[in-house]
Design a protein around this ligand. Structure first.
Ligand SMILES: Nc1ncnc2c1ncn2[C@@H]1O[C@H](COP(=O)(O)OP(=O)(O)OP(=O)(O)O)[C@@H](O)[C@H]1O
Ligand SMILES: Nc1nc2c(ncn2[C@@H]2O[C@H](COP(=O)(O)O)[C@@H](O)[C@H]2O)c(=O)[nH]1
Length: 400
């Protein structure tokens, strides 16, 4: 993008020239402090996502940030507006179902942490979703303690209530493991690139291989209205705790270290060298898991059935039979948004004509007062309802 600032004398003038250019190019510019965020066009990547550029009004320098999270596909037109000082709300015009409300985080705890890690400017997209969705469950504990066994029992007894987050790993598949079911078995270089591209909620180096939970793995399950179960190590659990995913964290302990060793050997899936490595790591994980305050609950897996019953109690399942979670409702189609009015945490969005008319059913209210979660996953808690704009109290709504 080229904007001619050469003859501008001050920041106000730069901004004026800038805004005229944006109108011509159908891009939106949002000013936060000294920075102008330009949203629109393409990011130039293979997936044709909406682009973001940042202009620093003090230095006059353009920057293309690292864009993390699930990215919105390019569209003909969109409206963006500053929500807080930390995120931008974008409504895609002529959008298809479930693809119209997006959030661009620019200064949330997630982007602040990523900026520190990557030492560069970072922004992150997340898709807006109605309702809060079922709470994910993190199951962690040392290798061989019985996490997989407990999860299988849960999935067998409550198949429509729970869904497994299929992790990616660089380790080789075991004899009975299937790609896409037990893991996405992935080349190391591919996985490293996908981690850099922000496709993972968490990733860690575990027992000599990379393991990671993709954002898509969790959202696939949650979007289907199921409670997502993640089987991850303690490092991964710590990363998820620091993320926007609000989950229940459960740590599984063996009755003794000797019993853990016995189970790991009896499983017969690892070489002696690998068993030794896993046992060494188990000591550190057990210390960490029991003492860090990271976990909401600790369960001892001595007798399998007793442990399973206790797990069900923690998940409020004791005595209940399988029941299907109510699917989180999607944001419905918003054909051709024409105008947005804002009052505090509510937006009146009109998509029928340019004028808000009495008796028109072309308007709806987008209420963002109870947002939850956010990048790199979904932003949940949206409330959207159709209104007759003259029935709705329009006092205080401002054109944006
Ligand atoms: N309570 C139990 N008593 C006896 N054996 C058990 C118990 N729970 C699980 N096992 C056995 O211990 C072995 C390890 O269990 P499992 O594979 O579920 O562990 P895991 O924690 O998922 O391991 P990893 O982290 O390596 O995937 C299996 O052979 C399983 O049948
Ligand atoms: N941080 C993550 N840890 C993961 C993930 N998927 C699995 N794991 C953990 O790795 C070990 C070893 O698993 P194995 O299948 O090789 O025996 C185990 O403790 C798992 O919990 C992940 O996505 N992220």
């Amino acid at each position: 993008m080229e904007v001619n600032f050469l003859n501008c004398k001050n920041q106000g003038e730069i901004q004026g020239v800038f805004e005229d250019e944006m109108k011509e190019k159908e891009q939106n510019s949002i000013t936060i402090g000294r920075k102008i965020y330009v949203v629109g066009g393409s990011d130039g990547g293979a997936t044709l996502s909406i682009g973001v550029q940042i202009f620093d009004t003090l230095t006059g320098i353009w920057e293309v940030p690292v864009i993390l999270g699930t990215k919105p596909a390019i569209c003909k037109c969109q409206s963006s507006v500053l929500l807080n000082q930390d995120r931008i709300l974008m409504v895609k015009k002529d959008s298809v179902r479930d693809d119209c409300i997006w959030f661009l985080e620019v200064d949330t705890p997630f982007t602040q942490e990523q900026k520190k890690l990557l030492q560069t400017e970072v922004v992150a997209w997340s898709k807006g979703v109605k309702g809060v969705g079922p709470q994910p469950v993190i199951i962690s504990g040392p290798s061989g303690v019985g996490k997989g066994t407990l999860i299988s029992k849960l999935m067998n007894e409550f198949p429509s209530m729970f869904g497994f987050s299929v992790s990616h790993t660089t380790r080789a598949p075991r004899e009975k493991e299937k790609h896409g079911i037990h893991y996405h078995f992935t080349e190391r270089s591919v996985m490293e690139k996908d981690i850099r591209d922000g496709k993972f909620l968490e990733s860690a180096f575990v027992h000599g291989n990379i393991y990671g939970t993709s954002i898509e793995a969790v959202e696939l399950v949650t979007d289907a209205g199921k409670r997502c179960i993640l089987d991850i190590d303690v490092q991964g659990a710590r990363s998820v705790r620091a993320s926007s995913l609000e989950a229940k964290f459960i740590f599984i302990c063996p009755p003794s270290f000797e019993e853990l060793e016995k189970r790991l050997r009896a499983r017969g899936t690892e070489t002696e060298e690998q068993v030794q490595k896993r046992l060494r790591n188990a000591r550190a994980e057990l210390n960490d898991g029991k003492s860090s305050g990271l976990f909401d609950h600790i369960l001892v897996n001595d007798d399998l059935n007793t442990c399973y019953e206790n797990l069900k109690k923690l998940l409020d399942l004791d005595g209940s039979t399988d029941s299907t979670y109510q699917s989180p409702s999607e944001v419905s189609e918003l054909p051709g948004v024409l105008s947005m009015l804002k009052a505090d945490r509510k937006f009146l969005i009109n998509y029928g004509t340019n004028d808000v008319q009495k008796g028109s059913n072309n308007s709806f209210v987008l209420d963002v007062s109870s947002l939850k979660g956010g990048a790199p996953g979904r932003t949940r808690g949206l409330n959207i309802y159709a209104v007759d704009p003259f029935e709705e109290n329009l006092y205080g709504l401002n054109q944006i």
